[in-house]
Design a protein around this ligand. Structure first.
Ligand code: GAL
Length: 518
């Protein structure tokens, strides 16, 4: 491969300065997208590991970028599973526990891509952080069947599906609003048999689930264990098992279980009382024969991260809503306050159970009740995604998928950034150095590399340095810029870069193995 001259000079110069006095490189982010356009040749994205339970319906769409038509194949697929060569969708069910190493292949006119993929049939799902979208921050309760279908279609047609985005999650507002006189959202919350019903904006929940599945995606639902949800819609109180069965019968793959009015019925707020509703829905979900990702939402009460896994959660919100809190003056204050406060919670996060600092408010979101571009600057958005990737946070986009611009698509769909988040080791990053308002965070990756974030929370451009000493490494390491998907070269002792105000640089460091001397 020939390296363009300009790049060559930069790389050489960078290496030369690095060994002497530290390195100064061009500024990180600009309003333009740093993410290179995906190649027309195939690339298989997404995680290298996927968990499912024995007997549960299996559904996995191989996320792959590259020109269509594309032909998919797989070797080593366990019996019980089938792959559709045209769509790349794997379906079926497996009865026996075990780990199966599968070689996935995607081929188009321009080439072939391969990837080893481990399917783990066992007790755990969500072996990597779930990726998807939620209706809350772009619509609040102003949702409908039509709108959810349009969002799901956009997840597929925008190409987000090719980067691994999967869950289309309906938040509050889909069922009957208690005490409402509005003929569309009011009425009887349950039928004569006590089964939950959708409001008139959601006339057929099963048909909606089928339509989303038909796109190769998964679908999520929301309810509270209390009598009502936070926005006043019907809750699951006294109907837990029945509702779990109903969600599974409709075909849901994800449940956000939001504490809300459970305060009215909880005995107190001790940890056992906080756990109670989550344990009871867990045991109900265990009986439905479907893999349903279980999202605990109770705003971090009782240090939920310490016991979320124990009560069977697949991820748990560690804080109150990120969409701006009274003490925060801006979305930047709220996002950075919450994001950086995940330090210390790393030991509770890992395959099957993740810390959740809330959804990603970029693109078009509701802000002061209007659908507008996120108030975050491009640099703040790079900080958001870099931090969420390093934190192994569920990547749940909160904006309108039908209004994705190139910048937002690049931000959400950078496969090397997503790779950091989806790494099979599942090790949440930790801060390794802090100087004034600058921080360096690092995360161990399964292949022995490191993902490193250089963050500048200050009000001006600042130089941030990743020192090998802080990272616990020695010797030569190849430094790659994950956003630009570009190798800066080989470095020893440290790597320095200027980082914009409120900006971030996300790096991958790969050990350089020196050939042995004879
Ligand atoms: C809040 C929750 C939000 C959203 C909202 C719906 O309690 O934290 O994420 O689900 O309820 O009313």
């Amino acid at each position: 491969m020939t390296i363009p001259l300009r790049k060559k000079i930069l790389t050489v110069a960078a290496c030369a300065i690095a060994v002497s006095a530290g390195l100064v490189l061009p500024l990180a982010s600009q309003p333009r997208s740093l993410t290179p356009k995906p190649s027309a040749a195939p690339r298989i994205n997404g995680p290298t590991i996927y968990g499912c339970r024995p007997g549960a319906p299996f559904a996995y769409t191989i996320p792959a970028t590259g020109e269509r038509p594309m032909e998919f194949s797989a070797t080593g697929l366990p019996s019980g599973l089938m792959l559709d060569p045209k769509t790349g969708r794997i379906s079926g069910a497996m009865a026996i526990k075990g780990t199966y190493a599968v070689k996935l292949r995607a081929k188009n006119e321009l080439g072939v891509a391969e990837k080893t993929f481990r399917i783990v049939v066992g007790d755990q799902i969500a072996l990597t952080p779930p990726m998807g979208w939620s209706s809350w921050y772009m619509a609040y309760t102003n949702i409908s069947d039509k709108m959810i279908r349009a969002q799901a279609e956009a997840m597929a047609s925008s190409g987000l599906i090719d980067h691994g985005y999967t869950y289309v999650n309906i938040d509050d507002g889909w069922n009957v609003k208690l005490d409402s006189k509005d003929p569309v959202i009011g009425g009887q919350p349950r039928d004569a048999a006590g089964n939950l019903v959708g409001n008139k904006n959601f006339p057929d929940m099963k048909a909606l689930c089928d339509a989303v599945h038909g796109l190769g995606l998964k679908i999520g639902i929301y309810i509270s264990p209390g009598p009502g949800t936070c926005a006043g819609y019907a809750g699951s109180y006294e109907h837990v098992e029945q509702d779990a069965r109903q969600f599974a019968a409709w075909g849901f793959d994800f449940l956000k279980y939001d504490w809300c009015t459970y305060s009215q019925v909880a005995i107190d707020k001790t940890v056992p009382s906080l756990q109670l509703p989550y344990i009871s829905m867990r045991s109900a979900l265990d009986k439905v024969g479907r893999d349903i990702v279980y999202n605990l939402c109770q705003y971090g009460m009782g240090n939920v991260w310490e016991w979320g896994r124990e009560v069977g959660g697949n991820y748990w919100r560690t804080t109150d809503d990120l969409g701006i809190q009274p003490e925060d003056k801006s979305l930047w204050t709220s996002m950075s306050r919450i994001g950086f406060a995940q330090a210390g919670k790393e030991k509770f996060s890992g395959p099957g159970g993740w810390n959740d600092p809330d959804n990603i408010l970029v693109g078009s979101i509701l802000w002061n009740d209007k659908l507008v571009p996120t108030p975050l600057t491009p640099d703040e958005q790079y900080t958001y995604l870099s931090l969420w990737a390093l934190l192994d946070a569920p990547l749940i986009f909160g904006g309108d998928m039908t209004k994705l611009d190139d910048f937002t698509l690049g931000l959400l769909g950078n496969d090397e950034v997503i790779e950091v988040n989806q790494d099979a080791l599942g090790k949440q990053a930790v801060p390794v150095a802090k100087l004034n308002d600058c921080e360096v965070w690092a995360k161990d990756m399964e292949d022995g590399s490191k993902a490193v974030g250089l963050f500048n929370r200050s009000k001006s451009v600042t130089t941030v340095t990743a020192r090998w000493e802080d990272l616990g490494i020695t010797g030569k390491w190849k430094v790659r810029d994950a956003w630009r998907q570009y190798d800066w070269g080989v470095f020893e002792n440290w790597f320095t870069q200027k980082v914009n105000r409120h900006g971030a640089v996300l790096l991958r460091l790969f050990p350089v193995v020196e050939p042995k001397r004879k």
